[in-house]
Design a protein around this ligand. Structure first.
Ligand code: NAP
Length: 280
């Protein structure tokens, strides 16, 4: 699995990881098998959140990661309603208990709420880092104005990532979020890389045909082509609770798209004008 430094961190993180949103609705044994397969195949960036299943997904992961914790780059997210200093610390400790671990590799503000100054949340993240409960922290769903404010508050080199919506049907972060993050050494982590459940282009659609055409000479599936496109400038965390999906997604890291392939995909999935990030 190809790995890159994630933002300012020394840690090398695989470009394709594993998302876990809505895994509480999947068969638990399937989820455990999927997590184990992801680790075997090197997709060791596991992304979760206190929000997912109201803590249930963290609990399932805690079981799945027993005896394997040190092989995983484990990320979780705190809800904006817990963004006050003491609430962040308590939320993190609850996540650690559910995940049955003593530290997170990455802790992320899930989205920007209103009312709590960023300085307060970031101060709590730094306190958690100093106490060894988290190794690094980041943000999610931040646009450029939020990012500029965040770096102004935190200083350079503190914010490890910005986790944002990025798939072929929504390339809006290419306008300014990705370039801004690249200039400031903040990793872009692409969520919903397939457009979430049911969001991937069908085979008969123009986009589906372009993905098939590009994939054919490479022996790659449509989803592998999509992941190869996105991971040129971002880490991707596709959610998959089926082992065959994990294997297919992970293998995408070995695929390189040439300029002709990229141009074909750019035509089939035009970036369009800036449309803003999703409001959560
Ligand atoms: P996604 O990864 O775009 O798509 C997941 C869907 O694709 C699932 O239904 C999955 O099915 C299916 N799938 C995966 N691999 C497949 C394959 N090879 N072939 C066919 N189907 C496949 O959706 P997402 O869950 O919205 O996003 C990924 C992760 O990003 C989340 O799980 C979460 O960790 C994170 N996220 C973060 C935010 C945020 O605000 N920060 C928001 C949304 C998501 P199976 O499960 O059946 O395998």
């Amino acid at each position: 699995m190809i790995a890159r430094k994630l933002g300012p961190l020394d840690a090398e993180v695989p470009v394709i990881g594993l998302g876990t949103w809505q895994m509480e609705d999947d068969d638990e044994a399937d989820v455990v098998r999927a997590v184990h397969r992801a680790i075997e195949l090197g997709a060791t960036h596991v992304d979760t959140a206190e929000m997912y299943g109201s803590g249930r997904v963290e609990q399932i992961l805690g079981k799945a990661l027993a005896g394997k914790r040190d092989r995983v780059f484990l990320a979780s997210k705190v809800l904006p309603r817990n963004a006050e200093r003491d609430a962040v610390i308590r939320a993190c400790e609850r996540s650690l208990r559910r995940l049955d671990t003593d530290h997170l590799d990455l802790y992320v503000l899930h989205w920007r709420g209103s009312g709590v100054p960023l300085a307060e949340t970031f101060g709590a993240f730094e306190a958690l880092r100093a106490s060894g409960k988290i190794r690094a922290w980041g943000v999610s769903n931040f646009d450029v104005s939020d990012l500029a404010e965040a770096v102004g508050v935190a200083g350079p080199g503190k914010i490890a990532c910005n986790q944002v919506l990025y798939h072929l049907g929504d390339r809006t972060i290419e306008h300014d979020v990705i370039p801004w993050c690249e200039r400031h050494q903040i990793a872009v982590v692409a969520y919903s890389p397939f457009g979430s459940a049911g969001g991937f282009p069908s085979r008969s659609s123009p986009g589906g045909k372009a993905l098939a055409d590009v994939g054919k000479p490479l022996g790659a599936t449509a989803r592998q082509v999509a992941l190869a496109y996105l991971t040129r400038r971002a880490f991707a965390i596709p959610k998959a609770s089926r082992v065959e999906h994990v294997a297919e997604n992970t293998a995408a890291a070995a695929i390189t798209l040439d300029e002709v392939a990229i141009a074909r995909l750019d035509r089939a999935f035009p970036r369009g004008p800036w449309r803003g990030l999703p409001t959560l």
